[in-house]
Ligand binder design. Structure first.
Ligand SMILES: NC(=O)c1ccc[n+]([C@@H]2O[C@H](COP(=O)([O-])OP(=O)(O)OC[C@H]3O[C@@H](n4cnc5c(N)ncnc54)[C@H](O)[C@@H]3O)[C@@H](O)[C@H]2O)c1
Length: 338
């Protein structure tokens, strides 16, 4: 049985990926300091898969603790590195917190991996690396423009570090996964997005407004050059996204890549405006959302969506769920969530 290290395994994307990996026969170890996740995630994974995942609670900014974890719990056949902070807005307010966590953690994990001979590495990147693209949809070859937030910069730097390692460390291979807008929840409603910090992503905010946890939704800007003036994003269901990680891991472990680094966009290739997303929620749930139109938010680009044909062709990845599935599962989760 192949053993995989998942950093940030108790977070939103990490936990859903663990479920998919277990269902496909992998053994997993998680490292997570619960800085943005709940311990109940481990119980939810057990309820869904029947397996209790071991989590090592250390801060990956601590190089020594990270190295010791590799020594004690390795070797690993591969690593999926999710652990990072993820809010564009927070990163604008407190860039150093983001530089420190996202970049130090990656350096420590990559260094421990190289030292222990773990040479199959998957990195959670983001469509923010494209900045404000001149042409959409973006392909993996679209230029990486100036990042529009410190968060986006940490992802650009992370990608560069891994490209550099791949060209200097023989045998080291990396896959960079550029997510668009992950959303929705597991179909069981046992697992979903449960940040400890106030969410800044649209779908959880919509759900919190509908459940009365927030008074209203603010649509940040309706004066963008888009079809209804609100920002356009590419929402990808979390279960489809999780499957892409298992696909990328299989691709690395089967030694398929001819390049040292491969990059994949993960979205559904469709742009949806913020106002259309709110309508989708109302349509699927029959509820009315209280929202107001606000001003633009720093760090937001007007429109971005993906061209994902490379992931389809190379990883055999076929996202099947759409915005309605996202809203339905997110709402089911919101009503049960921890
Ligand atoms: N969710 C999104 O919208 C989105 C979009 C693009 C990219 N990403 C990237 O995907 C990855 C996972 O995102 P997510 O939505 O699951 O976030 P999340 O916050 O739900 O999960 C991240 C997990 O990492 C843990 N963590 C953070 N810093 C750590 C540290 N120093 N040591 C140990 N554990 C640490 C947190 O406790 C959390 O459980 C991140 O790298 C994020 O930047 C997310």
């Amino acid at each position: 049985m192949k053993k995989v290290l998942i950093t940030g395994g108790c977070g939103f994307i990490g936990s859903h990926t663990i479920v998919d990996l277990i269902e496909k026969g992998y053994s997993v170890l998680s490292i997570d300091d619960f800085s943005n996740s709940h311990r109940q995630v481990l119980n939810a994974i057990k309820k869904i898969t029947g397996q209790r995942v071991q989590n090592i609670e250390i801060d990956l900014k601590d190089a020594q603790a990270t190295a010791e974890a590799f020594e004690k719990f390795g070797p690993f056949d591969g690593i999926i590195h999710f652990a990072a902070y993820k809010s564009v807005g927070e990163s604008v307010d407190d860039p150093f917190r983001y530089y420190r966590n996202n970049i130090y953690s990656l350096i420590n994990v990559a260094e421990a991996a190289v030292k222990r001979g773990v040479d199959r590495f998957i990195f959670s990147s983001s469509c923010t690396v494209y900045g404000d693209p001149k042409e959409i949809p973006v392909t993996e070859d679209s230029p990486l423009l100036s990042a529009s937030s410190p968060y986006g910069l940490t992802k650009q730097v992370g990608e560069k570090i891994l490209m550099d390692l791949a060209s200097t460390k023989p045998g080291f291979k990396a896959v960079l996964l550029r997510y668009f807008n992950p959303a929705g929840a597991h179909r069981s409603a046992l697992l979903g997005e449960a940040s400890l910090r106030p969410s800044t992503n649209l779908v959880p905010i919509i759900c919190e407004v509908a459940s009365g946890k927030r008074q209203k939704l603010t649509v940040y800007g309706t004066d963008y050059p888009t079809r209804d003036g609100s920002c356009v994003r590419d929402y990808i269901h979390i279960e489809d996204l999780a499957k892409a990680h298992t696909g990328a891991l299989e691709y690395l472990l089967d030694n398929k890549p001819s390049n040292q680094v491969e990059v994949f966009n993960l979205g559904i290739g469709e742009g949806i405006t913020v106002l259309e997303a709110t309508k989708a929620f109302e349509r699927v749930t029959g509820l009315k959302l209280n929202y107001e139109i606000g001003t633009r938010r720093p760090g937001d680009v007007p429109a971005i969506f993906s061209h994902y044909k490379k992931a389809k062709r190379v990883l055999n990845w076929n996202p099947k769920l759409n915005i309605d599935d996202i809203m339905r599962t997110a709402w089911n989760w919101e009503q049960k969530r921890f």
